[in-house]
Design a protein around this ligand. Structure first.
Ligand SMILES: Nc1ncnc2c1ncn2[C@@H]1O[C@H](COP(=O)(O)OP(=O)(O)OP(=O)(O)O)[C@@H](O)[C@H]1O
Ligand SMILES: [Mg+2]
Length: 238
């Protein structure tokens, strides 16, 4: 899997933290890794973007790339239009990912918000970039009530476009899961039609980077290079 597109059900659900965990595990296995954030919104010049956050957590060996940065915290096409800047379309995203894949073992492409957020005036999305790349899409999702509908919609959109869904990862698994969270672990793979590939504990993004790197393999399934066991996890939470 040379290019993996990291999307999810929306914004602020842990895509960056999950991307960092996947990057950390790949680096620990000796793979070269690049992280591509095509359009970074809501961040000014000199501030840290998501790609920088991945490097902070996963290590200096990860190559961070941003194609554009728009200051307002809005969808990329809206933020570009309001900034009077050129948007970043799916073609550009795919070209950049292909170039990075030429000299990295793994390229992680982190979208903005959810799968169908618009990147340009033509309505191009991260899904279009994934299609151009024939790359699988990893869906990051919350654990809480409401996630099943959002994951179902995302899975349906992926299937309608003929895209492969790598699986689902819970972006922030609470310390004290309630009934909905515990039941969702069983139901997420069913509604996604794809395996549950991990659960990153809430608070992981605030761990010291060294600790984050040591623990990351325990949050991700073997398909993502880790040791996390979906069955054991499900059994343990009852
Ligand atoms: N497992 C986690 N541990 C600690 N903090 C987390 C975790 N998941 C999410 N967060 C925090 O929640 C916020 C949003 O997470 P994150 O940046 O990963 O979201 P995102 O899905 O990448 O959002 P965006 O669409 O803006 O890229 C961040 O402040 C992050 O530190
Ligand atoms: Mg992010």
């Amino acid at each position: 899997m040379a290019v993996l597109v990291v999307s999810g059900t929306g914004t602020e659900i842990g895509k960056t933290v999950v991307t960092a965990a996947v990057a950390a595990v790949a680096r620990a296995a000796g793979r070269s890794v690049a992280v591509l954030k095509p359009a970074q919104t809501g961040v000014g010049p000199g501030e840290r973007g998501d790609a920088d956050e991945v490097v902070r957590l996963a290590g200096d060996g990860v190559t961070p790339v941003e194609l554009a940065r728009f200051p307002e915290p809005l969808a990329p096409d809206t933020a570009a239009r309001r900034a009077g800047m050129a948007p970043v379309g799916p073609g550009e995203v795919a070209d950049a990912a292909r170039k990075l894949a030429a000299d990295h073992d793994l390229v992680l492409v982190e979208g903005a918000g959810g799968l169908l957020v618009r990147y340009d005036e033509e309505g191009g999305t991260l899904a279009d970039a994934a299609a151009l790349l024939s790359a699988p899409v990893l869906v990051v999702a919350p654990a809480a009530l409401g996630t099943l509908n959002m994951v179902t919609l995302t899975a349906e959109a992926l299937r309608a476009r003929g895209l492969a869904q790598a699986g689902v990862v819970v972006g922030s698994w609470p310390d004290e899961p309630g009934l909905a969270e515990r039941c969702n672990v069983t139901d997420l793979p069913r509604v996604a039609g794809a395996p549950l590939l991990g659960a990153v504990p809430s608070g992981a993004g605030a761990l010291p980077a060294e600790v984050f790197r040591t623990r990351a393999a325990g949050w991700l399934a073997p398909a993502l290079g880790g040791t996390w066991d979906a069955e054991a996890f499900t059994a343990a939470i009852g």
